[in-house]
Design a protein around this ligand. Structure first.
Ligand code: ADP
Ligand code: ZN
Length: 783
């Protein structure tokens, strides 16, 4: 051995492997650029959409990134690092989704790696529920087995061989699972090891995912009878199928009142697409993904996959793999199901297209509906947007983009049931001097007694969870605020601790509880006495917990259940809805979770405890939200031959949004609202973008915001862009989680103008001092 054969202490362990290919990698960590890496030849080929492990940054920390381009031409400027491994055997993102990701990254001003990361469920990235299993097969042919066996002494070893031969395990494809084999032979794995050492058998490893159903156990798939479509439905369906048959991209706005049979049409349209060998996605708001809805689709389609947050991680992984393998042709899910890895998409349905919850509130801040439209366009597929109260954006598209957007109406309820009677209750008459307002006015209470005496059911809606949203000192007017955020604290009862004894409006004492911030989640104990003046504190304002208590006081015999995100954890929610549908509960009280998608024929009364909660928000969409809330809730009442009544309690009864909603006059509302939007250059006429900057140090934040504004002004001037810029100004909630928040709002008549502005901004050097910056294109609110 010569000296040179001994690796020097100062040499890196491995000699450099040859590498002839360069790929571009995008990382989830948030940097807004991609990086080029060499691929060692032994790891080649790498495909676009595959994940790779790479050294990253100065410390060469291991990072996982997505390959987003191959065939990158070498540049001499600096030495490239090498990828260290492949993470996936096959790409998780196919070419179609990669194209969509690039569009999202570009349009929503978000790093490509962040978009790709959001496209994949965490459960898939982690391989949740996957297990490595060992498999065994024969390494010798049928003729050699006898010879080999003759030389073996161990009885168990011979049994193993016999079993493998009987099951014909001569190839990896026909291998027998180790655990199964050990059980049958009834031995430890020692005989197997011995055989493997003698090279008579081979051991292989496979990743397996135990298949898990996504539908809660015990929920049988009931076959539903196929209904006969009515004339309106027939016409609408013919129209939609006609457009599907063109094989071209197009959007149908299916504008139909609640219960007009829209869902039935989605199902028929999907049928049509499946017949053509194509696949379909149905998007629903998370809260509408109830057992009822899922049941309805799964009773009509055999190969269906479900994606929503109620699933466990292994369930989610199972569903995703099922879609990717082509086993599921129909996917039902919430917002992120728009990224389902389906091949050959023919149709995407977005139910309740006006729902603001389709907008994701973390990066990438995409709108599920708009991404659905884009995906359909890229795949030459059709898109159906269904709703009883279309968004103003979609209505406007039907006017200005007639060649793509087509409106189809279903004006009547299926059974031609009368719409429920709407009654406005002016709450000004129900204020008590001492403690504020009662939640259940006399007229509503009277109606509720009647409903209960007839053994019918009621739904009461209050769009605010917790017990009370102000904890207030009547003497010095002090209100408890969050330490971290610019909001008042909400009192939540927690029955088990014994902390505060505070009088409520009903005069009863609450056992205990804590004050909670709905923005940062922090909790504090509630002081019994005002920290400023020492007098006893009281609680005013609204909350579902207080509603529950008032109901218990006024209707001691009624069985009341509360549904909101505090009281509901997955399975509980389904169980409660089931109990309600079976009549075990008389009154459901809760937040807007109740307003959607539920179908209970015995509900004859719906009470909106306060129609004003969203009207008080300083946001240009507050009228639209108010109208939608009232009309949607109203749709819950009278879903059978029994007549339904809706009580709308409000302090602002003359407000146009409320008035139009009471009359069920959507077109009237739209005309009125569009006037204001046009005057103020707001959507759907102009486009909006909001830049929110945040930092713990206000001075630093202010400086950064000022510099950003100056840079925007420069770009607007030098590129002659028609953009209105406002701010920096404090956001509506000026502090969240101890971070101060400033906003800059941009308005432009066309999206392309904002796009141009942000493209330049992305290329220019970052703002110093560095603060957190969030860009929201087409925001659904300005809070
Ligand atoms: P939407 O989605 O517009 O609220 P659905 O499709 O859910 O309306 O229809 C409401 C109810 O009417 C459902 O129970 C559905 O099964 C039923 N339905 C729909 N179309 C018909 C029809 N043509 N004949 C009878 N029942 C129908
Ligand atoms: Zn807070």
């Amino acid at each position: 051995m010569t000296r040179h054969d001994i690796p020097s202490l100062f040499e890196k362990g491995e000699p450099e492997q040859p590498a002839h290919h360069i790929i571009r990698v995008a990382f989830e960590s948030g940097v807004d650029s991609e990086f080029d890496y060499l691929v060692p030849d032994k790891l080649w080929p790498v495909t676009v959409g595959q994940r790779v492990e790479t050294p990253f940054g100065r410390s060469n920390k291991r990072e996982i990134g997505f390959c987003v381009e191959t065939d990158i031409k070498p540049q001499q400027r600096f030495k490239l690092k090498r990828i260290s491994d492949l993470v996936d055997k096959e790409p998780l993102i196919d070419a179609g989704l990669m194209e969509l990701a690039k569009w999202i990254s570009d349009y929503y001003v978000c790093p490509l790696g962040v978009v790709l990361g959001a496209m994949l469920p965490g459960a898939v990235k982690k391989g949740a529920g996957e297990k490595k299993e060992k498999y065994i097969y024969l390494a010798v042919g049928p003729d050699e087995i006898e010879k080999a066996a003759a030389e073996i002494k161990g009885k168990k070893q011979i049994q193993v061989l016999r079993l493998l031969r009987e099951s014909g395990a001569y190839e990896p494809e026909t291998a027998v699972e180790l655990g199964e084999l050990l059980e049958q032979v009834d031995c430890t794995d020692l005989p197997v090891k011995n055989l493997a050492d003698k090279a008579i058998i081979k051991i292989a490893q496979r990743t397996v995912l135990r298949s898990l159903p996504a539908v809660p156990e015990g929920m049988m798939l009931i076959r539903q009878e196929k209904v006969v479509l009515n004339d309106d439905q027939e016409k609408a369906l013919a129209n939609i199928i006609g457009r599907i048959n063109t094989g071209q991209f197009g959007v149908t706005l299916l504008y139909g009142v609640t219960d007009s049979g829209k869902t039935e049409l989605y199902i028929r349209a999907i049928d049509e697409v499946i017949k053509k060998g194509k696949s379909a996605i149905v998007l629903l708001p998370e809260i509408a993904l109830t057992t009822q809805t899922i049941q309805r689709f799964s009773s009509r389609f055999e190969h269906i996959a479900i994606m929503h947050s109620g699933l466990t991680a292994p369930q989610r992984n199972t569903q995703w793999q099922k879609i990717r393998s082509g086993e599921a042709g129909v996917v039902i899910g919430a917002r992120s199901a728009v990224f389902a890895p389906l091949n050959n998409i023919g149709l995407i349905v977005v139910d309740e297209e006006h729902e603001p919850s389709y907008k994701q509130d973390t990066a990438p801040r995409y709108h599920g509906r708009d991404v659905a439209i884009k995906r359909a366009q890229l795949r030459n597929a059709h898109c159906i947007l269904g709703t009883a109260t279309p968004s103003l954006e979609t209505l406007q598209n039907c006017i200005t983009k007639k060649n793509i957007f087509n409106m189809v109406r279903l004006p009547k309820r299926v059974m031609n049931l009368p719409f429920p009677e709407m009654r406005l209750v002016d709450m000004k008459g129900f204020v008590s001097d001492k403690y504020g307002i009662t939640l259940i006015s006399e007229p509503l209470a009277n109606q509720l007694s009647e409903v209960l005496s007839r053994n019918e059911q009621a739904i009461l809606l209050l769009n605010r969870r917790g017990y009370s949203n102000f904890i207030f000192c009547p003497s010095c007017k002090h209100i408890l605020h969050c330490r971290n955020c610019d909001v008042t604290l909400t009192f939540h009862k927690t029955p088990r601790q014994n902390i505060a004894q505070i009088p409520t409006i009903t005069g009863r004492h609450i056992q205990s509880g804590s004050a909670m911030c709905h923005y940062c989640g922090s909790q504090t104990l509630v002081p019994e006495k005002c920290p400023l003046c020492g007098k006893t504190m009281i609680m005013i304002g609204l909350g579902t917990q207080r509603l529950e208590e008032e109901l218990a006081g006024k209707f001691p015999n009624a069985k009341v259940a509360r549904i909101d995100s505090d009281s509901m954890k997955g399975a509980d929610y389904y169980r409660l809805l089931k109990d309600f549908s079976e009549g075990k509960i008389n009154v459901l009280a809760g937040t807007q979770m109740l307003a959607k998608g539920l179908h209970f024929p015995n509900v004859t009364l719906v009470g909106i405890i306060s129609a004003d909660t969203s009207l008080y928000l300083p946001d240009f969409r507050s009228n639209e939200r108010t109208f939608q809330l009232i009309s949607q809730v109203a749709g819950r009442a009278g879903r059978s031959a029994k007549k339904g009544i809706v009580f709308v309690q409000s302090f602002l009864g003359n407000q146009p949004a409320i008035q139009f909603a009471l009359k069920g006059d959507f077109d009237g509302f739209v005309q009125e609202e569009l006037k204001h939007r046009q005057i103020c250059n707001l959507p759907p006429f102009w486009r909006l973008a909001v830049i929110t900057l945040r930092d713990r140090t206000f001075e630093k934040l202010e400086l950064a915001a000022k510099l950003l504004r100056e840079k925007i002004d420069q770009i607007v001037a030098s590129e002659r862009l028609q953009v209105k810029v406002r701010g920096p100004m404090p956001a509506t909630i000026s502090r969240i989680q101890t971070f101060h928040r400033l906003q800059i709002i941009l308005q432009a008549p066309q999206p392309a103008i904002l796009h141009q502005l942000f493209t330049t901004l992305r290329k220019s050097p970052p703002i110093r001092p560095a603060v957190m910056i969030a860009i929201d294109i087409d925001p659904v609110d300005l809070l």
